[in-house]
Design a protein. Structure first.
Length: 309
């Protein structure tokens, strides 16, 4: 409790003269690190930080990461009607996503010529990569892991240090910075951060490779964001793609497709950093008091209309 005892120690230090000033100096150094949030969980049982507003100092973080020439890749899928979300995504990303860092967007789309012209901050780049449009949105979801995996092997291992795979039907509203950088990073799904794990929408059929028994699970992670070192994202996408293929051969589709497989994978390979729902919110939900900021959230849309590609 550094802050509560601080006043007493300060008085004692004044009374003690020069020795006291030394004590005071040590105390101030200790006091400059404040207790993190008490109203939310800020560390996982395996000691990975859970990132909430108030748990980090962006200036300290930038001093660590800014001058080491990091290259950060961001993938989005803008297939079929989802291309309409790309402009808002990019425009808000240029204001809030990893400002001051070298970010390279990789946009997977069936119509590269429709990728909007958004002015990028110097040092940032965008590459459109042609992909096939499939009839069902579930199929696109199934293909994402495969496409990311191939793209990492083809070029991203050479081009980026970190890779973050995001949904495109989202907008940035607030700082989404270098505090997200980590070895293997996932975000808690905004719908399930207060829910008991037995109520998580994991795949519950043992015949699926995404199966999670009712008494297991840490968090329910959102499929709309995963990232980390590019090598770790390669391992993740390889494992999820293999699991998706096995399920396909067995004619079973996990409850939430790639999100189910991502959750299964992260049960065995714990993320080294977990993002709170500030980093991935759902605008159809009311903002609860513990959510001090909404950094990135879904665009409210008509799912039936937009998924009918
Ligand atoms: Mn989405």
């Amino acid at each position: 409790r550094p802050s509560s005892s601080f006043g007493t120690i300060k008085l004692a230090a004044l009374a003690l003269g020069s020795l006291g000033r030394l004590v005071l100096c040590v105390c101030v150094c200790v006091c400059s690190v404040r207790s993190p949030r008490r109203d939310v969980l800020t560390v996982t049982p395996w000691l990975a930080p859970i990132i909430w507003e108030g748990t980090f100092n962006p200036e300290v973080i930038d001093r660590i990461y800014r001058n080491v020439n990091l290259k950060i890749g961001v993938t989005v899928f803008a297939v079929g009607k989802y291309i309409r979300f790309l402009h808002g995504f990019l425009e808000t990303a240029e204001k809030h996503l990893l400002q001051g860092y070298q970010v390279h967007y990789y946009v997977f789309t069936d119509r590269p010529s429709d990728v909007p012209q958004v002015e990028l901050v110097p040092g940032r780049a965008l590459t459109a990569i042609q992909v096939t449009k499939y009839a069902r949105w579930q199929e696109i979801s199934l293909r994402r892991m495969e496409i990311i995996k191939h793209t990492i092997k083809d070029r991203l291992l050479q081009e980026v240090d970190f890779l973050y795979c995001l949904d495109v039907d989202m907008l940035f509203h607030h700082h989404w910075g270098a505090e997200v950088l980590g070895s293997l990073v996932a975000a808690i799904h905004p719908g399930y951060y207060k829910v008991h794990r037995s109520d998580f929408p994991y795949e519950r059929r043992a015949t699926s490779t995404a199966y999670v028994p009712i008494d297991q699970g840490d968090f329910y992670y959102a499929g709309a964001m995963f990232g980390g070192y590019v090598e770790n994202v390669l391992r993740l996408t390889e494992a999820c793609h293999a699991a998706l293929l096995t399920d396909k051969l067995n004619a079973i589709e996990a409850a939430w497709q790639e999100e189910s497989h991502l959750n299964r994978y992260l049960l065995d390979r714990k993320p080294t950093k977990v993002l709170s729902p500030e980093y991935l919110w759902d605008d159809t939900k009311q903002q609860p008091p513990e959510l001090k900021v909404i950094r990135f959230s879904t665009v409210v849309k008509n799912y039936a209309e937009v998924r009918d590609i």
